[in-house]
Design a protein. Sequence first.
Length: 193
Amino acid sequence: MLQRRGVERVQAILDAAEHLLETDGYEAATLKAIGQRAGIPTASVYHYFADRFQVDAELIRRHIDHLDQHIDTGLHGDPPASLRAAVDAVVDPMVAYFRAHPSCVELWFGRRNPTLDELVRAFDESLAERLWRLAVDQELLRAETPRLVVQLAFEAGSRLFDVAFRSTPTTGDDMILDEARRLVTAYLQLYAP
């Protein structure tokens, strides 16, 4: 019973943090404000999270889990038939997710700290690995294509996502996002069979 209550409190804290990030911005989402929004005393918030950065990290982990599920559905539901389709199968769910979750945009692009950087980098590396395997298996890339190629494509795409969502935080700049698609696809085409 006590353990369930703890899990419920952590979820309430994360839900409150997400709400405050979306409605009032990062600066307003203090631990005190998060506790008030969640209906939990500030001292209890500190019982679960030592500082704001731990809340941010747990919230980004939750976003990464959801985002990963959306991308997995796009990649494996109907396997892409071209490199552009493979790029779109990654970019489309990411753009849709970021647009639907402004709190994720705030943490992913605006308020990064070393912990958030590491979590996002690990997500990108894992996703690049999966995309490389899929592209090689689907013969969209030559079998001898180094994994590094897709990792570099992700690095370039991630940087352009940063630019797009810093330029237009609520939706990402469509022109920059289109250029990201074009750049990543053109680079990967160099390794197509």
